[in-house]
Every structure is written in structure tokens, then in C-alpha cells.
Write a protein that binds this ligand. Structure first.
Ligand code: GLP
Length: 226
């Protein structure tokens, strides 16, 4: 599984923990790769994504720690770290199920607008918009790292199944652009218009700009129509 961080998947993780505690699911045979990590934050930093995953998910389920994988934001040579991660994902046989959130500017993982759809793991300079949005987790905006390591859009696209979660009004424009805007790097999530098995799960606010008459039974785009 490819896994995200952010506030959006918190309820998903809580529900999965609950199902685990009820004995309905087990993660013993699950291998995870997280999507991204801030450059310069180590695993003990409360805002590092590795810390987030342990605190909100992994510490509460039966996943084997050696089966959870992350980009290392502390690696000296980011390019080598990114190659290591891409090789690892390849060796694991790719991603079966990629779960993701979406940024207000349409970013997936930390692939900001303008990132090529062909990218693999790379060091990404964060946009002002993303730094601002993520500053709510830090004491001060200046503490938000300016760069992050992220898996690339090509790797996300190669996942066999993709689920994107979006909640709240602040995501409505990104959801509209992703589904009905042009297939273009200006909205990284529009990449998924061509994916055969991508599902967007949105609350009514995030879906508020989509054609409401078509939403009743789920809004469906056929990749073949592009
Ligand atoms: C961050 C993460 C993304 C996440 C997005 C939305 O920048 N890198 O993976 O999907 O922001 O976060 P949230 O769910 O908190 O709105």
C-alpha cells in the first residue's frame, strides 16, 4: 500500500485501527510505502511524516516495522535516497493500492503544480501555498521546511488502484480541476483522469463544484473519453 499523511486520512486510519481491534483485519502481511517526507526533519520530529504514521497508525496495528518504508528526509544526498526508494518500490512489485489526499492546489504527495507526469522520486521545492497550508501544524510558518522528498507522479500513476480522499470547501477547486479541468501539469491530480482505476472519495463540500445532478450515484469519468 502507498500511504499518505495530512489531516484528511486521520479518520481512515482511526477506522482501520478500529477494524483491527475488532479482529476484522490484520496488517501482518501488508507492506507500506509512504508518499513523502519533509527534508531535514528526522523521525523524532513531531511534524515528520514518519512520526505522524507511527503516532496515528502503525503503533496501533500489527504491521511489522520492517514492512513500513519511508523516504529519509535526513539523507545527505537526496538524489541517492530517491533512487533507493524507487528501486525499493520496484523490487516490491509496485504499489497495489495507493491512498492519497490532495493539496488545495491539486498536488499529490508533494508533487507541486508544474511537476512532470513522468517524474519518479525527487526533491521538491514547496510552493508558498503549500507552506502556508501546512504551517497550521507548526508553531510558526518559518518552521515549515521549504523542501521535501516525494514519490513521483509516474509512480503514483502506476499504482494498480488509487483512492484520493478530499474533505472541506478548501479542496473543492482542486477536485473540480482534477476531474473536469484540463489534463495538465498545472493540476497534478488531473493525471488521474487517465487512470483506469482511480476513485475520488469526497465530502459534499469538497465535491461542491462538481455537477450536482450527476453526483447522486457517484460521478464517473471514463478514461476512454479523454
Ligand atoms: C500535504 C501532503 C499531501 C497531502 C496534502 C493535504 O502537503 N504532502 O500528501 O495530501 O498536504 O493535506 P491535508 O489532508 O492535511 O489537507
Amino acid at each position: 500500500m502507498g500511504l499518505p499523511t495530512g489531516s484528511t486520512p486521520l479518520l481512515t486510519y482511526a477506522r482501520l485501527i478500529e477494524l483491527y481491534r475488532l479482529g476484522k483485519i490484520s496488517f501482518k502481511n501488508v507492506i507500506t510505502v509512504n508518499m513523502d517526507e519533509y527534508k531535514g526533519l528526522d523521525e523524532n520530529h513531531p511534524q515528520s511524516y514518519r512520526y505522524f504514521m507511527k503516532k496515528n497508525f502503525f503503533n496501533h496495528i500489527d504491521i511489522l516495522p520492517q514492512n513500513t518504508h519511508f523516504l529519509n528526509g535526513m539523507a545527505q544526498a537526496s538524489d541517492m535516497e530517491c533512487s533507493r526508494y524507487d528501486t525499493l518500490i520496484k523490487q516490491l512489485g509496485g504499489i497495489d493500492l495507493q491512498i492519497g489526499g490532495i493539496g488545495c492546489n491539486g498536488h499529490l504527495a508533494f508533487n507541486e503544480p508544474g511537476t512532470s507526469f513522468e517524474t519518479r522520486s525527487h526533491l521538491q521545492r514547496l510552493s508558498e501555498e503549500t507552506i502556508k497550508a501546512n504551517s497550521r501544524f507548526f508553531d510558526q510558518e518559518k518552521e515549515v521546511p521549504k523542501e521535501a522528498l516525494t514519490i513521483g507522479l509516474k509512480t503514483i500513476f502506476e499504482a494498480r488502484q488509487i483512492i484520493i480522499l478530499a474533505t472541506g470547501k478548501s479542496k473543492s477547486q482542486a477536485i473540480y480541476e482534477a476531474l473536469l479541468g484540463p489534463y495538465d501539469i498545472s493540476c497534478p491530480a488531473s493525471l488521474l483522469q487517465k487512470h483506469a482505476n482511480a476513485l475520488f472519495i469526497c465530502d459534499s463540500e469538497a465535491a461542491s463544484l462538481l455537477p450536482q445532478d450527476q453526483l447522486k450515484n457517484g460521478f464517473s469519468l471514463k478514461p476512454s473519453s479523454y
